[in-house]
Design a protein. Sequence first.
Lengths: 384, 132
Amino acid sequence: MRDVAVIGIGMTKWGELWKKSLRDIYVETALLALEDAGIDRIDSMYIGSMSSGLFVGQEHIASLLADYLGQLPVPATRVETACASGGLALRLGLMEVASGMSNIVLASGVEKMTDVGGDEATYALGTAADQEYEGYQGITFPGLYALIARAHMQKYGTTREQLAKVAVKNHHNGLKNPLAQYQFEITVEAVLNSVKVADPLNILDCSPITDGAAAAIICPADMARKMGKPLIKVIGTGHATDTIQISQRKDMTWLEATYQAAKQAYAMADKKPEDIDLIEVHDCFTIAEICVTEALGIVDKGKGGEAVEAGLTAMEGKIPVNTSGGLKSKGHPVGATGIAQVVEVTKQLRGEAGERQVKDARVGMTQNMGGSGGSSVVHILERE
Amino acid sequence: MSTPSRYWREIPQRYRLEANKCNRCELTFFPPRLLCPECKNRKLEKSKLTEKGKVITYTIIRVPPAQFSDQAPYAVGIIELEDGVRLTGQIVDCAFEDIKIGMKVKLEFRKLFEEGHAGILCYGYKFVPHGE
Ligand SMILES: [Zn+2]
């Protein structure tokens, strides 16, 4: 396998982009990545999109977007594994470059979520759960994570305040990310007093509905070296699955797919949790970040709540988690999220993260999760 | 809206709790599976779920999906039945503050929701408290 590097990244301001269509958002973002890489042709492209069919009534978007990006007739592939679609797009692009089948690949993701109303968006997101045995009973996505949260609180004594502190931390980080959807601070009190969605989770425990895209250009490391940019290599990848119904897992507080994906990525990269300088994780709900930090092995099982309370995962902590603001503050256009994590880690490793720069960041990790944890994709990147 | 066949197909599970089991692994599957994921055994036997169990986690849904909007807020939990099978379902006929992890419940057949105007009335199981 060939070593692979990220040579271009692109992301525009996320939010409720009423004036822009899916194709507008995507092309603007992908062009930024091409410009950043200093190229205008690619060999192949992957697009993570959870549900363009339900959100904008458009399938077959891979060809559509290849066309509007001016890249016909390159092979273009849409990738779907719910909210982990973006992470998987990078993994598939990585395989294509590492194998030698292609040299320059665009790994990207997009979701246009505000062309439908709240009920339709809730429905579209809900299709990531088991429709016959979870959706049929009236559960929602916040509801599924609420079930995990309650079980985690019962088993490990995780507190309501600890959950709130995840959101407070991520909003604090997002304040320094000009591309974030929500650039404002929140307090623990504000989270605790916000509207109840699915007890014990409130609205400020939840990531928002967002329009946005993210893009990364990858190529063989040898080719990247000649371009004279900081060499950011993708040194580990992992992808694993679990039951999509949380009730069917042996331990509902444990994200086995994330654990398995991380295990693969650590092994491939020859790294351990203590080698990682920063991590972007899938905090679709506050409890998710707590469970993910445990599954990635950066804290012990059951200690995720205590870790955030102690500031271990804060910007100035031992291992900063979600310097971008995470899904909570940056926004969560589902198919784009996994690639946006790679954009953030690449910026950090290049030393281009501005006010939120982690000092001497050399190794970064991304963790992108589908549904309530039924799929998970992990990558490790390193600056050479 | 789906054709009625999607609803009809699930009736053995939703109305009659039909499951199957792997006698080698002593595991019960609901919905029934074509093979045991543990030992890959394809000779699974028909069985029926037990109807008593306990709450292992729960939430109160306050922002519901559209077809449940007239019911919110309502409680949904994960219930572990006596045969070890776990189900997601509503917990009804009790105050929210009385729901506790470990609470004993039993399955009852109820209407779950209506599929839009003049759509199918969708039935299935819900859980109710069941003393000692
Ligand atoms: Zn078996």
